[in-house]
Ligand binder design. Structure first.
Ligand SMILES: Nc1nc2c(c(=O)[nH]1)N[C@H]1C(S)=C(S)[C@@H](COP(=O)(O)OP(=O)(O)OC[C@H]3O[C@@H](n4cnc5c(=O)[nH]c(N)nc54)[C@H](O)[C@@H]3O)O[C@H]1N2
Ligand SMILES: Nc1nc2c(c(=O)[nH]1)N[C@H]1C(S)=C(S)[C@@H](COP(=O)(O)OP(=O)(O)OC[C@H]3O[C@@H](n4cnc5c(=O)[nH]c(N)nc54)[C@H](O)[C@@H]3O)O[C@H]1N2
Ligand code: SF4
Ligand SMILES: [Mo]
Length: 742
């Protein structure tokens, strides 16, 4: 029998980053338990994390490369054969117009060191600006509001959930999603603790979600109207003199102007537009403003809607004018162990609009183009057209708007390489699929998510098993692809890695104020992502400065402390945290203020049902459906208020056509009292239909594809060009017998 290995592992699935304990028998993961000793998650976990053995051992998972044979089917190949094919094909696209080869990197890539540190190498080698990711269909409105207020899009202001007296959550359901842009494992415990210490939880959501049920106040708002709700709250605060100027940091400008703007707003209009009573808006405003500490936290419900940036700006304004910025219990900034844009010195030009997409001229943000342009960049003829793509850990065929067009586009590519563990709706179009190795072969530290941690902690879990013979780590795949793009497939990965490390070492040495030789020597025993991680940790805010700071953070130290190191609650960081050009916070950013006209002209839904997204506990976007089937039969049922259903003559269990401006899908109807009138909900990531899928179990319960219904052209958030996932106008009717659109 194979020897067993047991060790701590941070879960890579969601932003909670729970500590788990893995037991391996040889290379096989045989058990997953919560890690009670983890300094941050304290034994919390969920069904997905505990399901990692099923996910890792799923018989449908790809374990060797697949390449498309002459008969058109995908078949197993050696790594050598796969890279030979890539070496033969990829360079011709790189040699054409810049941008001929696009990159799409998906959600799991944000969790792994490999992609965090090495994806940039591949993008540079491809010489492409056609880089897309779910960020532009997820967080961009929030990122933009933060860039304009605080100077960086990733060092977000965080709700200090463990100390606040009043938490207002808008458009998030952390008791199912486990939280987003807030890394706070075990939200249930934290929210319960808030109420036990006499605090208030208020939830703004069209649905009485699990989180809303656990709250003191639920505001059942109409989708897409958060900006009105927040303006309504601010009008109460302005008119009743509830702002707290003495608690507003000196670096904040235009406080009076923003309050004057709010005071001029008619809160009765807010009530009408949001579909809630004006008294409720007033109660929440007064409760929030009167609390000793209060903070508003907004997430995807407020982002993927028509007025996402305005809403996310107003969330910050609310917290700031009530005197809750950068104070315990208010909105605070983390100090991430690897550092980041808001710990590194110097302000930068906002990473916005430096280039734009070819077809529609949609502006770049943070180095990427809006994913709403992904399909048309492939489908529209002309110079600079995308003809090849590399996808990493993403399923754009199900995660992007207008997925019908996305799939047509993927099918039209001349060459597609996917790094992925499944043959799914995207990778079935690939010429080559390269699988990532088993999870336990990787070291794990959340470089990006550490910006969202509600406590300052540093954790790292080391690899537990060796890479199988002949397999590639994901970072090695990325460097090998970069070499292929350069037409230099024979250069060794170690050489390329050494080049990456040299640049990283120079930077880390500069940050730590030591000479390069010293930094190089300090990490000499390591290679790959762990060397880069050590460089970042040692030059980061807690770092040992390559030996300058006694007891400072190093990767060695974290290896000795697999349950992590707790540096305590968040600490005030103003003004050093700011990276705006003048080092101040302008509460009236011209770009957002100019968009208020559009808000004023907003149309009502005019009787349409508004479709919004619903996340499911055992699902993760599109990719766990094969390994972790949903407990109930109706995987992607449309949930609707019984009154709305009755008005249409519909009954629980009916099969209905859901029709939008782009497509129609068929779904099972579930009557649900928790969904407010005028609204329906459905999860995204389903629609496991069509030929060539390698996910037999998911395909046997295919569900309906939400994103076939979402427009990628007409209705976009104006400042970020993000899709309006929340608030899709639909008709719901008994199903007609016609073929379903995928
Ligand atoms: N189980 C599970 N967990 C996940 C995921 C998953 O697929 N499954 N996905 C992960 C990912 S990638 C992310 S980004 C996070 C997202 O994490 P969350 O932001 O918490 O996402 P949701 O659970 O979808 O919650 C969004 C809520 O917004 C509400 N909503 C919709 N429209 C509006 C609106 O106009 N205004 C307001 N105020 N509310 C609205 C919806 O009813 C829903 O309850 O979750 C992560 N965690
Ligand atoms: N309608 C609607 N659409 C949405 C959303 C919504 O709320 N509503 N949410 C949006 C959001 S927030 C997000 S983040 C996106 C997610 O969108 P994507 O990131 O495109 O989609 P996922 O379904 O998470 O796909 C992840 C892929 O990574 C693969 N994978 C898993 N682990 C690894 C790994 O370690 N390495 C590699 N190489 N591959 C791996 C999986 O097999 C899967 O194919 O969806 C977006 N789409
Ligand atoms: S809550 Fe998120 S991080 Fe924690 S076990 Fe579940 S999926 Fe993993
Ligand atoms: Mo996401």
């Amino acid at each position: 029998m194979a020897a067993t290995t047991r060790g701590a592992r941070i879960c890579p699935l969601c932003e909670s980053t729970c500590g788990l304990v893995f037991t391996h028998a040889g290379t096989r993961l045989i058990a997953v338990e919560p890690n009670a000793d983890d300094v941050f998650s304290l034994g919390h976990s969920c069904a997905k994390g505990l399901g990692l053995a099923r996910i890792e051992n799923d018989p449908d998972r790809i374990r060797t490369p697949l390449i498309r044979g002459v008969d058109g089917s995908l078949r197993p190949a050696t790594w050598r054969q796969a890279f030979d094919l890539i070496d033969a094909r990829l360079p011709e696209f790189v040699a054409r117009d810049p941008g001929t080869c696009a990159v799409f990197h998906g959600n799991p890539a944000a969790h792994h060191l490999d992609s965090t540190f090495y994806l940039g190498e591949l993008v540079a080698a491809l010489g492409t600006r056609n880089v897309f990711s779910p960020a532009s269909v997820d967080t961009w409105p929030k990122n933009l509001a933060h860039i304009l207020l605080y100077g960086t899009g990733i060092g977000l202001s965080l709700p200090d959930v463990d100390r606040t007296d009043y938490l207002l959550i808008l458009g998030s359901n952390p008791l199912v999603s486990n939280g987003s842009t807030v890394t706070a494992p075990d939200m249930r415990r934290r929210l319960r603790a808030l109420r036990e210490r006499g605090g208030t939880l208020a939830v703004v959501d069209p649905v009485r979600t699990r989180t809303a049920k656990a709250a003191d106040v639920h505001v059942p708002i109409l989708p897409g109207t958060d900006a009105f709700f927040l303006l309504g709250m601010l009008s109460v605060i302005a008119a009743e003199g509830l702002a707290r100027p003495v608690r507003i940091p000196e670096v904040v400008d235009n406080v009076d102007e923003v309050l004057a703007l709010a005071a001029a707003y008619d809160r009765a209009d807010a009530a009408r537009r949001c579909g809630v009573d004006v008294e409720l808006i007033e109660d929440v405003a007064r409760g929030f403003a009167a609390a000793p500490s209060a903070v508003a936290h907004s997430r995807i419900g407020t982002c993927m809607q028509e007025f996402g940036t305005i809403a996310n700006w107003l969330v910050e304004v609310l917290t700031i004018v009530t005197g809750n910025l950068d104070r315990p219990g208010g909105a605070m900034f983390a100090l991430p162990p690897c550092g980041g844009p808001n710990t590194w010195p110097g302000s930068r030009r906002p990473p916005l609009g430096r280039w734009s997409s070819r077809v529609r001229g949609l502006p770049e943000a943070m180095g990427e183009l809006p994913a709403a342009a992904f399909a048309e960049e492939i489908l529209t003829p002309g110079p600079g057209r995308v003809r090849a793509a590399i996808t990493l850990a993403g399923n754009p065929a199900r995660s992007l708007p207008n997925s019908g067009a996305v799939e047509r586009a993927l099918a039209e590519l001349e060459f597609l390489v996917s790094i992925d563990c499944y043959v799914n709706e995207t990778t079935r179009h690939a010429d080559v699929i390269l699988p990532p190795p088993p999870l336990a072969t990787r070291g794990h530290h959340d470089v990006t998510l550490a910006h969202f941690q509600v406590r300052n902690v540093a954790r790292y879990t080391p690899p537990l098993i060796d890479l199988p013979d002949g397999a590639y780590a994901e970072w090695q795949i990325l460097l090998r692809l970069a070499a292929a793009a350069d037409g230099d497939g024979q250069a060794t990965i170690a050489e390329r890695d050494a080049r990456v490390a040299r640049i990283a070492t120079r930077r880390a040495a500069r940050l730590a104020g030591v000479d390069e030789e010293r930094a190089t020597a300090a990490v000499a025993g390591r290679s790959g992502p762990l060397r880069l991680l050590d460089l970042r940790l040692r030059s980061g805010p807690y770092g040992d400065g390559f030996g300058l700071v006694d007891g400072g953070l190093t990767l060695d130290l974290l290896e000795q402390r697999p349950n992590g190191i707790d540096y305590g609650p968040l600490r005030p960081r103003l003004p050093e945290v700011l990276r705006t050009p003048d080092g101040r916070i302008d509460l009236m950013p011209p770009m957002i203020v100019a968009d208020l006209d559009r808000l004023r002209r907003a149309e009502d839904a005019n009787g349409s049902v508004l479709l919004i997204n619903r996340r499911q506990p055992r699902s993760m976007n599109s990719w766990l459906h094969n390994a972790l089937p949903q407990p109930d039969g109706a995987q992607s049922a449309l949930h609707m208020n019984p009154g709305d259903a009755a008005a249409r003559g519909l009954h629980d269990g009916d099969v209905v056509d859901v029709t939008s401006s782009t497509a129609a899908v068929t779904a099972e109807l579930r009557l649900d009292e928790d969904v407010r009138s005028g609204v329906a909900t459905m999860p995204h990531g389903w629609g496991h239909t069509g030929a060539g899928l390698g996910t037999a179990r998911a395909a046997s319960t295919p569900g309906a594809n939400y994103n076939a219904l979402v427009d990628d052209t007409e209705r976009l958030e104006a400042l970020t060009n993000s899709p309006v996932f929340n608030g899709v106008r639909i008709d719901v009717a008994p199903t007609a017998s016609r073929p379903q659109i995928p």
